[in-house]
Design a protein around this ligand. Structure first.
Ligand SMILES: Cc1cc2nc3c(=O)[nH]c(=O)nc-3n(C[C@H](O)[C@H](O)[C@H](O)COP(=O)(O)OP(=O)(O)OC[C@H]3O[C@@H](n4cnc5c(N)ncnc54)[C@H](O)[C@@H]3O)c2cc1C
Length: 370
């Protein structure tokens, strides 16, 4: 396995549990997209026009996530912070409301369950929402997870399952007679394997030439101070808003953390946090939830989503001896459990579930690496 983000860790854990000898090589620890992410598991409120097949995959994934997380918690004795209070999408002005209405008609046409609310009903669910909020749509089945706790549990599960972790940068694939037989690393060694699985996120193009582009996301971590928490919960559900045409989400965690995200920028491999990015997120959060200006400011960072040309992941065989599990773009945390199962099947040469059919690497051609 190359890459120890959420995809590599989940896949390595399940592979090792299935009896395979697994070595996971990762260059960076916590600098990937997985550590930055918000942890929404939200196929319904993420469903957008033109991505029906991806929505089907995401719906299948959320159904599997809870069981996967429960098994992981059992195995490690660590909590992953799964939240089941659902997601409330809200609109601030009349234009935002028409945008939300159009999306929710589309989602209903796909058979995704949600409930339409007026402003008053939305505020009944989340009393601190701005009085300007005009309308809402509640998706009870959208979940969230504390992605950092989840990653820590996956890392421990890897150790317990006997995965060998190697901290190194993989610089090239090694081929022999038309088959990938291993990898070369920056420290000069080479490692051989019956199967090489690339879970290299936004960095995939460097090794395998598939068209994965980094999509920068700036994201904040705030915390509800104790004095506000003592009078009850300030935010119970994930709230997503369309605020004068721009989107923002607030994801609450059990300990009082609130994650506010996220920008979407095509900036190459830049992970600099900018004043404008932080300003936009704080302003939109404040417009939706004015009390958020009283939250503590904990962290600002940027991560690189691995984006493909059609926004769908690349999961499947790429060449003899090489499997890809990458390109998860906005949904890698959500898709991690389902991708892990897919990798186990791919390594064993078994067919994948129907939902994966549109997402084989063979829909794109790699450039310049053969
Ligand atoms: C701001 C933001 C918010 C997000 N919110 C959500 C959300 O709410 N829900 C959701 O489901 N998804 C979300 N995502 C998307 C999600 O984070 C990604 O889809 C997911 O993390 C991708 O996981 P990964 O393991 O493929 O990549 P990464 O987490 O980036 O991990 C890749 C790893 O591979 C290593 N690597 C790469 N190349 C090499 C090499 N050659 N040698 C050695 N190591 C290598 C890297 O160092 C890195 O550790 C968000 C992303 C961002 C940026």
């Amino acid at each position: 396995m190359v890459g120890g983000g959420v995809i590599g860790l989940a896949a390595a854990y399940r592979l090792a549990e299935s009896g395979a000898a697994v070595r996971l090589v990762d260059a960076s620890g916590t600098t990937g997209a997985s550590w930055a992410a918000a942890g929404m598991l939200a196929p319904i409120s993420e469903a957008v026009f033109g991505e029906e097949e991806l929505t089907r995959l995401n719906v299948a994934a959320v159904a599997q996530f809870a069981a996967f997380a429960a098994a992981l918690e059992d195995r490690t004795n660590l909590a992953v912070g799964l939240r089941t209070e659902g997601t409330l999408a809200v609109a601030l002005n009349a234009d935002d409301r028409s945008a939300l209405d159009r999306l929710s008609e589309f989602r209903t046409a796909l058979g995704l369950p949600s409930e339409t609310l007026n402003g008053r009903q939305a505020r009944a669910l989340e009393p601190y929402l701005a009085t300007e909020v005009q309308a809402g749509v509640f998706a009870a089945d959208d979940l969230s997870v504390d992605n950092r706790s989840y990653l820590q549990a996956l890392a421990l599960a890897n150790d317990l399952a006997g995965v060998e972790s190697v901290r190194d940068d993989v610089t090239a694939l090694v081929r022999d007679h038309g088959r990938v037989t291993g990898v070369r690393t920056a420290t000069g060694g080479s490692l051989t394997a019956a199967s090489v699985v690339l879970c290299t996120g936004a960095l995939t193009q460097r090794l395998a030439g598939y068209p994965i582009q980094p999509v920068k996301g700036q994201i904040l971590r705030l915390a509800v101070p104790a004095r506000l928490r003592s009078s009850g919960s300030v935010l119970t559900r994930t709230v997503r808003g369309i605020v004068r045409g721009s989107e923002v989400y607030l994801v609450p965690r059990a300990g009082g953390e609130v994650v506010v995200g996220a920008t979407q920028e095509q900036q190459g491999f830049d992970t600099q946090v900018t004043a404008g990015g932080v300003y936009e997120l704080l302003r939109n959060a404040y417009e939706l939830l004015p009390i958020s200006s009283e939250f503590d400011f904990v962290e600002a960072r940027a991560g690189l989503r691995p984006g493909s040309p059609d926004n769908g992941p690349l999961v499947g065989p790429a060449e003899n001896g090489l499997i890809l599990a990458t390109g998860h773009y906005r949904n890698g945390i959500l898709l991690s459990a389902m991708t892990a199962e897919a990798v186990v099947r791919l390594v064993a040469g078994q067919p994948l579930a129907e939902e994966w059919k549109p997402f084989g690497p063979d829909r794109f051609s790699p450039s310049g690496h053969h």
